[in-house]
Design a protein around this ligand. Sequence first.
Ligand SMILES: C[S@@+](CC[C@H](N)C(=O)[O-])C[C@H]1O[C@@H](n2cnc3c(N)ncnc32)[C@H](O)[C@@H]1O
Length: 315
Amino acid sequence: MPIKKGLFVSIPHIPVLYREVVSAFEGCDEGIVVDCTMGYGGHSSLILDSYPHVKLIGIDQDQAAIDFSSKRLAKYGDRVIIKKGRFSEVLKEIFQEVDVSKISAILADIGVSSLQLDQGKRGFSFESDVLDMRMNPDANLSAAEVVNGYSQKALEDILYQYGELRNSRKLASVIIQNRPFYSAKELADCVKPFMPKGKKIHPATLLMQAIRIEVNDELGELQRVLDVIESEDKLTCKLGIISFHSLEDRIVKQRFSSWSKKCICPAEFMRCECGNNNAKGKIITKKPLTAQVDELKNNARSRSAKLRIFKREAL
Ligand SMILES: C[S@@+](CC[C@H](N)C(=O)[O-])C[C@H]1O[C@@H](n2cnc3c(N)ncnc32)[C@H](O)[C@@H]1O
């Protein structure tokens, strides 16, 4: 399907891999789709348009996203319910509130939206005059607390693990020596000379990403939402997860792999004693789906997006 000209004009965020998401959810038409990361309603509206009988529950922790999507999705009337909160918590509540057997698909497009990145006052961009980066502006931990309050060792670990920055020790010590910082711009300018020189990205991108992942506990949230999905035995649905970071993709890949195993006996067992029927469903995408050339041209964010799909089956 070619990208239609003008499809996302005036929308602050272009949904990534949207054709792949829509075709992955084929067959979900009679049920409820949960969009865990509704953002600006891009994927949600395409799903609602493509599958006219679908009801959709959209979740986001950012009030700005909720306000935008409430207006954008208003035309679908009672086909849409919007909930504010962390997706790991809200999804758990949804499982208690609705008939779980009616849920036909769950989508999570992990990470930040273009609008969050572009709005200077949110502090996600290196041009920003503030140091914040909270997806939910009411949350307790902000980038200022991480950057100005964490120990050298804690900063080093974050930069190494989440930013995959080999010189994390040096960077952490530069931050400690020059803090306090009051804006993302100040921080980015200070670390710039010590950052690896990437051709396509701003030198401070990986450092900002690492701090953002910490502030929003992004990996913890992903693990928790997968726990919620794993423990709901009445669920039969497609699950699509889009990630932008290799650590996130690894978490999704490993979880899908463990869910697909029929036998859960310890490796040292000579014979299967578990019944060999413990699979929670099957992997649909052996390799993650990535953006096609035309999408890469139209949407730079799609560059690092990976979509994995799992078919969850009730036990
Ligand atoms: C990449 S954007 C999603 C864009 C959306 N798919 C669209 O097409 O407009 C991610 C959104 O998920 C939200 N988000 C990220 N992590 C979240 C979490 N743990 N709980 C709730 N919302 C989250 C962010 O606030 C952001 O609006």
